[in-house]
Design a protein. Structure first.
Length: 261
């Protein structure tokens, strides 16, 4: 982890959880601080509860990609555009950008002002335009063209390292691209996933970007993608940041926060 761990707080990941690490991204010998209440339960009880929560969510929401493209670069650009905006605004801005740029290599020659104008409806257009143009230049320098296709030959660890080296690409964004486009068994933690995990007692970390390792150690590899997507849908529909609809929540029997309301 990026932060220094105190020996009294750090608990080694069990062999079972180490197996949950994506290929090329083993948690060993890195230690994970186990902050969630759920870690106090037996491994069998913990695994059973997590599986039940994941399955309950999967049975409550349709399978979807939330509009994420299959092409990795298109997905990275879509996620960048969608940052801090509504889903409808993100889709509209991305479609407008795609219609104005015939191929992604055109980002090397298009003016920043024109990209900013296209992205204005999505908000933060100046910052997002700078990130997109910076990403294009970085990819051109590395691969000779604006593409992420060469990442298909990398390990998950190499993909994460490369993606997070690009302008504006966080761990969460990198994991989203890896999950949606390379079938990497990672668990991106956005505000909805983080909020739900905190309320369930799976983590007590205050920031989503500090929660990836702990939640990946808890959620089985084959359930991570659906949990990520379903947690977002559940966060939008029920588990809102303010005034959550706990009385209607299918996860209330397993939720420390919900049972206390």
């Amino acid at each position: 982890m990026r932060q220094q761990l105190q020996s009294s707080e750090a608990l080694a990941v069990s062999d079972g959880n180490r197996e949950n690490a994506p290929k090329g991204m083993s948690h060993s010998p890195k230690e994970i601080v186990k902050t969630g209440r759920i870690w106090k339960r037996s491994s069998r009880d913990r695994a059973s509860t997590i599986a039940t929560v994941c399955d309950t969510l999967a049975n409550s929401y349709p399978a979807t990609r939330l509009g994420n493209p299959h092409d990795p670069l298109a997905d990275l650009i879509y996620i960048t555009v969608s940052n801090r905006t509504t889903p409808d605004q993100a889709v509209a801005a991305y479609k407008q950008l795609r219609s104005s740029i015939r191929k992604w290599d055109d980002l090397l020659t298009v003016s920043r002002r024109s990209v900013e104008k296209t992205l204005r409806p999505a908000g933060l257009n100046s910052i997002k335009a700078a990130f997109l143009l910076g990403i294009a230049r970085s990819l051109k320098a590395r691969f000779g063209r604006v593409t992420l296709r060469p990442l298909s030959r990398m390990t998950d660890a190499q993909r994460l390292e490369f993606l997070t080296s690009l302008p504006g690409v966080s761990d969460k964004v990198a994991r989203c691209v890896m999950m949606y486009c390379f079938n990497s068994p990672v668990l991106p933690v956005d505000v909805h996933v983080h909020r739900l995990a905190r309320r369930l007692g799976w983590t007590s970390r205050k920031r989503a970007d500090q929660s990836h390792d702990e939640l990946e150690a808890l959620v089985p590899r084959d359930k991570r993608m659906r949990f990520h997507i379903d947690a977002i849908l559940h966060g939008r529909a029920v588990c809102a940041s303010s005034n959550p609809r706990c009385s209607e929540c299918v996860l209330r029997p397993y939720c420390h926060y919900g049972r206390g309301r």
